[in-house]
Design a protein around this ligand. Structure first.
Ligand SMILES: [Mg+2]
Length: 165
């Protein structure tokens, strides 16, 4: 494939966060997980932490991973709620794919890019931004069907790229 697409290529593609092989990530030297919230951990329209997500986060902590929530959400109260409920530091208004939120995550977690993995549902923000910094990338298939036009177009563009990777 054309080299132009390389920054958009995830290292792994999974159907959901439950599918990720964390033993394998650990063996690969990953210590820090940077997590998108909306449509990665929970559906975008859901407002509460589910027991499953809480469980998943606690398992990662028990395995020794350091976690950070990097969201592009414009609702700070939402991001704060997830941060407090899950006991994970967070940055809202992340402006992904710009590097700010990723850099803040690495600094907070005291991890080098090679020791971190980004888990997110958007190629053009989560995956592109993390790839540019040399962070390992895991693309999760999004949890909500899209109906709002700009998102539908974005998903079509994502699919177009994914089909060509
Ligand atoms: Mg998302």
């Amino acid at each position: 494939m054309n080299g132009w697409f390389k920054p958009l290529k995830p290292d792994q593609i999974v159907n959901n966060i439950q599918e990720i092989d964390f033993t394998g990530l650990k063996q690969a030297g990953i210590k820090a997980l940077i997590l998108d919230i909306d449509d990665t951990l929970i559906p975008r329209r859901m407002n509460d932490v589910t027991p499953e997500v809480l469980d998943w986060v606690n398992q990662r902590k028990a395995e020794g991973f350091r976690l950070f929530l990097a969201s592009n959400s414009r609702h700070p109260s939402r991001v704060n709620y997830f941060s407090e409920t899950l006991g994970v530091p967070a940055a809202g208004l992340g402006l992904k794919p710009l590097p700010f939120a990723f850099r803040r995550a690495l600094k907070t977690l005291q991890a080098a890019p090679a020791e971190a993995a980004m888990i997110g549902d958007q190629l053009f923000t989560d995956i592109l931004g993390a790839n540019m910094l040399g962070i390992y990338t895991i693309f999760v298939k999004h949890l909500t069907p899209e109906t709002f036009s700009p998102r539908v177009w974005m998903r079509q563009a994502e699919k177009w790229v994914l089909d060509r990777l």
